[in-house]
Design a protein around this ligand. Sequence first.
Ligand SMILES: [Ca+2]
Length: 199
Amino acid sequence: MKRVSLLVLLAMITVSVLSTPASAQLNYALGKSYTVDPLLTPSSVWWLGEDPPYTKWTDGSSNFVWGDMTGWQGPDYVSSATIVLDLGETKTDIGKVQVDQMVSHVSTVYECNQIKCYGSENGVDFTFWGDLDAPGMGGDEIILVWSWEPTEAKTARYVKYELYWPSENQGSHKLLSEIYVFKYQAPASSVSLPWYNME
Ligand SMILES: [Ca+2]
C-alpha cells in the first residue's frame, strides 16, 4: 500500500509541475517599495497614492477596478512621471519588465504614448534598457499591458520606469495598477529529433 501511495503522490507532483502555467514567472517586484516623481504629498491633490512605503503597484493585484488603481489626477499637470523600484538587492537574472495601466476613455483616463525602462545597481547611475511595447494599444476599458523583454538576463537592484502621456490626451487621471520585474527565462530551446533516411 505504501508503494501505491508513493506512486500516487509522485503522479500528483508530476501533474502539478506540468500544469504550472508559463505565466507564473517569479516577480521580483512583488511587495517591494518604490519612489514616485512627481509626488507632492501630503497636501497635494495631484498624487492619489497612499503614504510611504508605497506598495499599491507591487501588491500583486491588477484588476480593472478603481480600488486597484492609483496615480495622478488633474489635466495638464503631469505629462511625464518617473517610478524607481527598489528590488532590495541586486538581481543578476532580470527578464521582462511590465507595467499594467488603466485605460478608460469615457472617464478620460488615457494611456501613455511611451514608457521607458532603465536599470541601476546603485540607484544613481541608470542604464537605458528599452521601450516597453503595448500590443493592446487602441483598446478601451482595459488594463493595457506594457512590457519589454531583454535578449539576455540583466543585472540591477533599481529599475526605473519613465512614463509619458501625449499632450492631447492629458485626461483627468493617470492610473496604473501594477508594475513588475520578472526573473529572466531563456527562450525554450528547440528539441532536436534524430533524422532518419527514409530510403
Ligand atoms: Ca496593484
